[in-house]
Each structure stands twice: as structure tokens, then as C-alpha cells.
Write a protein that binds this ligand. Structure first.
Ligand SMILES: [Zn+2]
Length: 225
């Protein structure tokens, strides 16, 4: 009875299955974490993610932490991150990405979150990609660049659009304010989810004109399209 009261006061349940968490578990129970299908876990230029971007000369490699799963655990995580205003959860996920990819990201000089339009960021209260970057930064210590790659156009959500509509919708949505900051630098673009890759391609299209830039991408999850 007493322990039940404590649980009510301090909810400590798995974000995915709602079972009680035990010591050393945060947000996700060990069982859920184990069964969420993992992504490529290697930075590759010709894997599932790499193949979407390797037509850009400046592209180095890409990867993702979680794959889409039939049980919906990955969607639950993405939903919790995006819509439940769970800021600490976002940073926790970024730390998971940092721990998993630490050795592969040691040459990265800037972390760049895919920006939201200021209006959208204001509505949501945060940029989920920036939360992931903060978690990554706490592991890697690599600086985050937030004011250089910016979103200049407010776009409709891509969720219900097909591939060509997505490309059209996101076209010319981004701009670089200070290209000189990234000259000759290795940068990592970070986003929560990738479906067709049209958003990241648009970011890359503005970054690739910068001399000597090397671009890698890292996603929390890959969704089925
Ligand atoms: Zn669980």
C-alpha cells in the first residue's frame, strides 16, 4: 500500500510498456530496450541511410539508432518525444545515441539539429532534434550549432504526403546564415525520424555549397514509408 502511494507520487514506469522500472532503468525498461529493433549502428555511405544521400559529394555517412517495429515501440518513443513535451526524455535519447555512436563520431566538429520554423518551435515549446543534440553533446562534448542553418519557410507537416509532395513541400525551406563557420568542417546533421530523407536532403542542398564541408547524418529512428 505504502509503496503504491510512492509510485503515484513519483511515476516511474516504462514509456513503452508501462511496467514499473527497476533500479538503473530510466524511461525504458530493459526488456523494451532489448526488443526495439536497432538500426545500422555504423556510419555508412551505402547503407539504408547512406544510399539516400551519397549523390552529394560532401556526404560521408549516415546511421540510425532504432528501426521501425511492428509492435509500435519505436512510434511510441517518437510520439513521447514529440508530443508529450518530455524534454528530459529527449536528452536521454540523445545520450543513448551518443553512447552508441561515440567512437564513430569522434571527428565531428559541429552537431547541427534540423531546425524547426520559429513559429512551429514556439507552438511545440522545443525542437526535438535540439534535445537529441543536447544529449549527444553531454556524451561527445562536440559543440551544437543552432543559429547557422535556419528554417526560413513555414511548411505543412510531411506526415500525409507522398514522396514527390514531400520534396515539393520542403523545397527551399532552409538557409545558411554564416557559411564561413562550416568551411572545411565535419558536421553531423541530427533529426528524430527519417522517412524519405527529403528534409535532410534539403538541408544538405544548402550546406554542400560550403567549401570543404563534410556531412554525416544521424537519426534517432527510421520509419517505414
Ligand atoms: Zn518496457
Amino acid at each position: 500500500m505504502f509503496s503504491d502511494l510512492i509510485k503515484i507520487g513519483f511515476p516511474k514506469n516504462c514509456i513503452s510498456c508501462n511496467n514499473s522500472l527497476v533500479k538503473n532503468e530510466t524511461y525504458l525498461c530493459g526488456n523494451c530496450f532489448f526488443y526495439i529493433p536497432k538500426g545500422e549502428l555504423t556510419m555508412s555511405s551505402d547503407g539504408e541511410i547512406g544510399n539516400l544521400f551519397n549523390h552529394f559529394d560532401c556526404f560521408v555517412g549516415g546511421s540510425h539508432l532504432f528501426d521501425f517495429d511492428k509492435e509500435g515501440k519505436t512510434q511510441q518513443i517518437l510520439h513521447e518525444l514529440k508530443y508529450n513535451s518530455n524534454i528530459n526524455f529527449g536528452e536521454y535519447l540523445g545520450k543513448l545515441m551518443g553512447s552508441e555512436f561515440k567512437d564513430l563520431l569522434k571527428d565531428i566538429e559541429y552537431l547541427i539539429p534540423v531546425p524547426l520554423h520559429p513559429k512551429k518551435e514556439h507552438q511545440r515549446g522545443f525542437n526535438q532534434s535540439l534535445l537529441l543534440c543536447k544529449g549527444l553533446n553531454s556524451v561527445l562534448k562536440t559543440p551544437i550549432s543552432t543559429k547557422n542553418l535556419i528554417r526560413t519557410r513555414y511548411t505543412e507537416t510531411q506526415t500525409k504526403k507522398n514522396k514527390s509532395q514531400r520534396i515539393e513541400n520542403i523545397k527551399n525551406a532552409f538557409e545558411i546564415k554564416k557559411p564561413e563557420e562550416f568551411i572545411g568542417k565535419s558536421v553531423l546533421l541530427i533529426d528524430d525520424v527519417i522517412t524519405t530523407g527529403s528534409t535532410l536532403s534539403e538541408c544538405m542542398a544548402v550546406l554542400y555549397e560550403i567549401e570543404g564541408i563534410k556531412i554525416s547524418v544521424l537519426l534517432l529512428a527510421k520509419a517505414n514509408y
